[in-house]
Design a protein around this ligand. Structure first.
Ligand code: HEC
Ligand code: HEC
Length: 376
């Protein structure tokens, strides 16, 4: 016996919550991806999307009726019939379970979504050197650009797919008047079939997943370093690496890490010390032998030898150019173009070359985009 006449209870509360977590986490991770300084949130929402996606995959095998993959109708004939009926008969009766269109829709969301999450996690490891795949950074960083393209293209496809879904629901709601929009809120669908029954164990499983999503959000929001965001790059000890560099190149500004610029830029910089950004650096400041030692050190630790994102992005964007300042690097300009120019001249920043003001621990070789902050 159904609880309501003409309506079927299809979605228990836990399923509805998970549906909305899936929708909002995808849209929020999509939206935050356009801002590097929101990277931490992009990651958090992406992870949550991954968790609920995995849940939905498992639910497809062990969930209640209407949710399992074995009830999906996937033949092309049925898909065609669905659309023919939809066009020809505005007041057609619908079945409570997945029709051919929604079966295909769900499978494509799960397929695209899994690849987006997987490519995202790999990208985090390979490009940023952080997260569960951080060890892959050292050997595979040259794949980050192609991985990024894949991650982006799939995400746009899923975004378009989500828009199609919304349009479909609105057509059901306002043209066919099947109350589809409210069904994901109340759980009741105007359709034919019998009410869904969800066992205690399934309820527990679903609520555990909801709990896990909340814990993920909380831990990423409250901490810079969780095992999901931890970087493989540790603070460098430049004093031990090269004492002359550590001592002499930090008298006027904090240390710029050697991986920041290419080999030939360091050659130019070290050969032009007599006019170093308007400063004259002579042998009485840095002796000849110290200069040689610093130069050799910088050349052997330049961008070419590094798997830091800033190093390969810089090299990639420079082409033949070999500037001695980051603000001349196209990649740098691109990533900083959204920043208000006045901020650079504010009290705490003073100049665009003062990377240290907005990138904490940059002088120790740390450039982590979960930690960017603009001083007020
Ligand atoms: C006024 C603050 C500020 C200064 C100064 C600054 N940055 Fe940034 N930087 C930012 C912000 C904010 C972002 C993120 C921009 C965005 O959201 O796209 C960023 C992004 C970056 C990124 C990209 C991060 C990533 O993982 O994609 C790199 C690399 C970087 N900065 C390096 C530098 C270097 C090197 C310097 C010094 C030459 C510097 N920045 C100076 C604020 C600053
Ligand atoms: C006498 C002071 C002085 C000393 C010593 C000095 N610098 Fe500089 N350096 C400057 C000034 C001034 C700038 C311009 C940017 C600024 O105001 O911080 C600059 C800028 C730079 C930049 C460009 C940053 C950017 O991307 O805009 C690099 C790289 C750099 N210095 C490396 C070195 C190295 C390597 C050494 C040691 C061999 C060194 N500096 C020693 C004064 C100095």
């Amino acid at each position: 016996m159904n609880k309501r006449i003409h309506e079927v209870f299809v979605w228990p509360l836990c399923t509805r919550i998970i549906h909305w977590i899936m929708a909002t986490s995808f849209l929020l991770s999509f939206g935050t991806s356009f801002f590097h300084y929101l990277f931490r949130w992009h990651l958090a929402f992406g992870l949550i999307f991954g968790i609920v996606l995995l849940f939905r995959l498992i639910w497809g095998f062990v969930g209640p009726n209407y949710a399992t993959f074995k009830t999906f109708t996937l033949s092309p004939k049925e898909l065609q019939d669905y659309f023919v009926q939809k066009v020809q008969n505005r007041w057609r009766k619908i079945h409570a379970g997945h029709n051919a269109a929604s079966s295909w829709f769900t499978l494509i969301v799960l397929g695209l979504g899994s690849w987006i999450v997987l490519s995202g996690l790999l990208l985090q490891g390979i490009q940023e050197g952080s997260g569960i795949f951080k060890e892959l950074n050292e050997h595979y960083f040259q794949f980050s650009s192609s991985l990024l393209s894949l991650h982006e293209v799939l995400s746009y496809l899923l975004f378009i797919w989500a828009l199609i879904h919304i349009v479909g629901v609105l057509i059901e709601q306002f043209y066919h008047k099947t109350h589809m929009l409210f069904a994901m809120i109340t759980g009741y669908k105007k359709a034919e079939g019998s009410d869904a029954r969800v066992s205690m164990v399934r309820h527990l499983f679903a609520y555990a997943v909801i709990g896990l999503s909340m814990v993920t959000l909380y831990s990423v929001a409250c901490s810079n370093e969780t095992f999901l965001t931890q970087s493989r790059f540790e603070k460098r000890n430049f004093q031990a690496e090269n004492p002359a560099f550590f001592e002499k190149c930090s008298t006027c500004h904090k240390l710029y890490p050697p991986f920041m610029l290419p080999h030939d830029s360091w050659v130019r910089l070290m050969e032009g010390l007599d006019n170093h950004f308007g400063e004259q650096i002579r042998e009485n400041n840095i002796t000849k032998s110290e200069q040689m030692s610093i130069k050799a050190y910088l050349l052997s630790h330049s961008a070419e030898s590094s798997s830091h994102k800033v190093a390969f992005k810089t090299l990639e964007s420079l082409g033949e150019m070999r500037p001695i300042s980051m603000s001349k690097v196209p990649y740098w300009r691109e990533t900083h173009k959204s920043i208000d120019k006045n901020i650079y001249h504010s009290l705490h920043v003073k100049d665009a070359s003062n990377c240290f003001a907005c990138h904490p621990d940059f002088e120790y070789g740390i450039l982590d985009n979960t930690r960017i902050h603009i001083p007020k």
